[in-house]
Write a new protein. Structure first.
Ligand SMILES: *Cc1c(COP(=O)(O)O)cnc(C)c1O
Ligand SMILES: [Zn+2]
Length: 454
């Protein structure tokens, strides 16, 4: 193996580098996040190779929607053409992760006011554990394996823990996951328990669990697979590679997705910027990050308090003041979309950087808007979990405000599967006041009564 990658502090005026055989969740010099940086400039002729690999011929690393693009995320430094060499290093759920692509959903297009021909949703809920997190775990666990790690940890609202537990089970690694008490959808809890992770429920919220995990990392050397792990974000870039490969590398006008801990916001911006710098694409798309109103830190900081990346000179004082104020008022995140119920997104600065790279915007949507949008995705014969519907609700809002034009090429990411959180869905349908509710009919047990209501 010839490693041609380093970890590097994201702040240009610091820029300290670290080798890839450690996990730096923060720069030792300035405390900011780090990125994975590559020396090589992958050749655009690889576009054809990626296409050919879709005929995987039984090679699970070609079948995998993550490792199909291995040349672009090759932090382990494997020979990408030597199966024996890379198959010993790369971690995959037998090729099952990341096998997604964009779909046309005509009813959703109509609902949001877009032309169906130029509107796609990429359904990451069809990953093996039902959320996009599997993309990132493939790379995070590859890195953990490079380091010889025997135990991983994470804080989770449920999808990270489900995905981490599945990969850990597959690799024979112990997983210890921290959750806010009662703050997890039942499907996700069921998965995490069933895949054999040790589940610790903290009396508090996700942000509290995240803080405890950070302590375990910095004070006790635990290996965390949360999105502050830069190697995890490398896998999440492949969602963008699949969008672009599907569109024959024509860059869409907009990419829209929910913002929680802002891992995707960070990974997507990095993916586009690298491709741009490598000469693979000629322009950048614009991203739109969608916050829930009840967990809208990025929205508030970016839109109302004017916090910008500013070439790496972020105004830390405004951010600190904002968080101090939240604490003083004992403010808690509050949304039914539990996957994005996060007040202190760990990837905030990387997300600000993405917004600068892509001339990006941030919108917020209410729970009601997400609930209705989610129901429409269902009506299209698909389905997604509530947080994912932030994407659809966000696009609808942006189209109605004429910030996205109906003829602009737009790709939304649906982040998780509908069966993750059935309680929310059933509750919605049982209440006839909801716009798209579908309430069961109750009828006496005889044919005449049945015929009377049909
Ligand atoms: C994790 C998750 C999110 C939030 O993604 P971030 O990268 O943390 O912003 C959104 N939707 C679903 C379904 C998730 O599991
Ligand atoms: Zn630094």
């Amino acid at each position: 193996m010839t490693v041609k990658a380093v970890q590097q502090c994201i702040i240009p005026s610091c820029g300290r580098t670290y080798d890839v055989y450690t996990l730096k969740t923060a720069c030792e010099k300035c405390g900011n996040l780090v990125d994975v940086r590559y020396d090589d400039r992958p050749n655009p002729t690889l576009k054809e190779v990626f296409d050919e690999r879709r005929n995987h011929r039984g090679n699970i690393f070609n079948e995998s929607g993550v490792w199909r693009f291995r040349e672009l995320i090759n932090f382990p430094g494997v020979d990408c053409n030597d199966f024996d060499a890379y198959s010993n290093v790369l971690v995959s759920l037998d090729g099952a992760e990341g096998r997604t692509k964009p779909f046309h959903l005509t009813r959703v297009a109509e609902y949001v006011g877009m032309r169906s021909e130029n509107f796609w949703l990429q359904f990451e809920g069809s990953n093996p554990t039902g959320s996009f997190k599997d993309n990132g775990m493939a790379t995070a666990f590859t890195h953990a394996k490079m380091l010889g790690v025997k135990r991983i940890t994470c804080a989770s609202t449920g999808n990270t823990s489900s995905s981490a537990a599945a990969f850990a089970a597959n690799e024979g690694i112990e997983a210890i996951v921290f959750m806010g008490e009662g703050k997890i959808a039942r499907g996700k809890l069921a998965q995490t328990l069933d895949y054999g992770a040790r589940v610790v429920q903290i009396r508090g919220y996700f942000d509290d669990a995240m803080n405890r995990v950070k302590e375990l990392v910095t004070k006790k050397g635990f290996y965390a697979v949360n999105s502050l792990n830069a190697f995890r974000l490398e896998g999440q870039k492949t969602m963008i590679y699949r969008v672009l490969a599907y569109l024959k590398w024509r860059v869409p006008d907009w990419i829209v997705f929910p913002g929680g801990n802002l891992g995707n916001t960070s990974a997507f911006g990095k993916a586009f910027k690298e491709l741009y710098d490598w000469g693979w694409i000629k322009r950048m798309p614009r991203v739109a990050v969608v916050n829930a109103e009840g967990a809208n830190t990025l929205y508030r900081l970016f839109n109302e308090l004017g916090v910008k990346w500013n070439g790496g000179r972020v105004d830390d004082d405004v951010i600190d003041e904002y968080y101090t104020d939240l604490e003083r008022r004992r403010w808690k995140a509050e949304t039914k979309a539990s996957a994005i119920e996060i007040l202190k997104p760990v990837n905030l600065k990387k997300a600000l950087r993405t917004l600068e790279y892509t001339d990006g915007i941030v919108v917020q949507v209410s729970d009601e808007e997400m609930l209705d949008a989610r129901a429409i995705v269902g009506r299209n014969g698909f389905g997604c979990e509530l947080a994912s519907a932030a994407t659809v609700a966000g696009i609808k809002k942006l189209v109605s405000e004429e910030r996205i034009r109906a003829d602009e090429t737009t790709v939304g990411i649906l982040t998780g599967h509908m069966l993750k959180d059935m309680d929310t869905i059933i509750q919605y349908h049982l209440d006839p006041r909801n716009t798209f509710s579908n309430t069961p009919l109750v009828v006496a047990n005889d044919l005449q009564s049945i015929l009377a209501i049909l």
